[in-house]
Design a protein around this ligand. Structure first.
Ligand code: AMP
Ligand code: GLY
Length: 429
């Protein structure tokens, strides 16, 4: 390693981490690059390392052996478990919030209480520790209403109850342990109507630099039907997030959140992801995540023109004052290919062919649940590939992405055929 290069470890194994590794690898500052545990795609740009990202002692030992200068924490679980705190205590710079600040994602009740304290627009709510009180609350709060397990439930702990029976059943299901410890408490909240947008900022605890806008597609099926997933596709920019809405979201939601956490002595550093509902009465917070969205990260990294490494390092060191980010004016889109059955049960182990041919038209394929075995790509998860393309317009980007999808030979996979539909509809009208 030459002195000024940085050895970097990325924690995680999704499409988000492949996109982060891909972007970091392009930096002139990047020295050795590792991903733990990684996937078939990260192994093409970084060295995959077999260690458990949630085990701080394992991560620290690896960092000390390999002289790691920066750890980028992709998913929420290590953050909520305090891996970034442990790294910092060991003198290793980490991109990602402390466990205390990551409670914004780790506990929905924590976030709702913070919103109440700081007067942040969000759905009205109640917090409950037992079923009897929750059922009682429902008597005066009829459907449609939303029932949420308090803790981390891999995106599955939310029940949108369209009638009162579903609401009562949801309460029982959560307190009966459907989401394990995540459901020891629950939140019941008002159903909000509007369009959703994902809003990301990089923050050092004081300053917030908004990233490009993006929109996700949460439902598994075309026309936004079927159960919620981690996200079936995304595009950026999302012009529905106008400069005025960005400003309003910063002023009314992000800034008071950062100020409140700093005042409590638990400043938030890293990337903060606000899931927003754009209602008739302005943007309201649906939830916070303490990390990049997946698959939103894939489209953001595709459009980011600046070197990402100084920005990650500045967050880790708590000073973003010298950072400015430039974005491509193009639209980026990513189409998730998932294993048949996802988000329910699905098979692993099927072979995926045609990835090289698919990339020939300029698409970039970020891997999620894949594994490389003897030069063969094997499906190894629910969301498996992120077929990503950029173009001058959303229609051009979408054309390239779906053309690439059609070249992928994987019978056991499926994708939505309408990623980007909201923006395409808007442009027609
Ligand atoms: P969450 O995990 O809190 O983001 O919830 C998952 C999804 O459920 C969100 O992306 C929304 O589509 C939906 N959702 C959550 N809370 C509400 C709410 N209060 N009103 C309407 N939809 C909601
Ligand atoms: N795309 C939604 C998420 O990352 O939670």
């Amino acid at each position: 390693m030459t002195q000024d290069k940085l050895n970097i470890l990325v924690l995680g194994s999704g499409g988000r981490e492949h996109a982060l590794c891909w972007k970091i690898k392009q930096s002139p500052l990047a020295g050795a690059l590792y991903c733990a545990p990684g996937n078939g795609g990260t192994g093409l740009v970084a060295q995959n390392v077999d260690l458990n990202p949630e085990n701080a002692a394992e991560v620290i030992a690896f960092c000390q052996n390999q002289a790691i200068n920066l750890v980028v924490i992709g998913p929420e679980a290590p953050l909520v478990k305090g891996v970034s705190d442990a790294l910092r205590e060991a003198g290793i710079p980490a991109f990602g919030p402390s466990a205390a600040a990551a409670q914004l994602e780790g506990s929905k009740g924590f976030t709702k209480d913070l919103c109440a304290e700081a007067n942040i627009p969000t759905a009205a709510y109640g917090r409950f520790e037992n079923a009897a009180d929750a059922h009682e609350y429902l008597k005066t709060h009829p459907a449609p209403i939303v029932i949420k397990a308090d803790g981390l439930a891999a995106g599955k702990g939310v029940i949108i109850a369209m009638n009162d029976q579903e609401a009562h059943d949801g309460v029982d299901m959560i307190f009966d342990g459907a989401f394990g410890d995540a459901g020891v408490q629950l939140v019941i909240e008002e159903f909000m109507e509007g369009e959703e947008a994902s809003f990301f900022v990089l923050t050092d605890g004081k300053r917030a630099i908004p990233l490009a806008t993006a929109q996700d597609h949460k439902r598994v099926g075309d026309n936004d039907t079927g159960p919620n997933t981690g996200g079936m596709g995304a595009y950026s920019p999302a012009p529905i997030m106008t400069p005025a809405l960005i400003e309003q979201s910063l002023d009314e939601i992000i800034t008071p959140t950062l100020t409140t956490l700093a005042k409590r002595g638990t400043p938030y550093t890293g990337v903060l992801y606000a899931g927003l509902m754009l209602t008739q009465h302005g943007p309201k917070l649906i939830e916070y995540n303490a990390r990049f969205g997946d698959p939103e990260c894939q489209v953001l990294m595709s459009r980011l023109e600046s070197d990402i490494v100084p920005a990650l390092m500045a967050c880790a060191h708590g000073d973003l004052s010298d950072i400015a980010l430039d974005w491509s004016p193009d639209t980026a889109i990513t189409v998730v290919m998932a294993a048949a059955g996802y988000p329910g049960t699905y098979q692993k182990g099927s072979q995926i062919k045609g990835l090289e041919a698919a990339a020939e038209n300029g698409a970039m394929i970020f891997h999620a649940g894949t594994q490389e075995k003897d030069g063969v790509t094997i499906a190894n998860g629910g969301r498996v590939l992120n077929v990503t393309a950029k173009g001058e317009t959303i229609s051009l980007a979408r054309g390239i992405a779906y053309e690439a999808v059609s070249r992928i030979d994987w019978d056991e996979g499926f994708c939505r055929s309408d990623i980007g539909w909201r923006e395409i509809e808007r442009q027609k009208s």
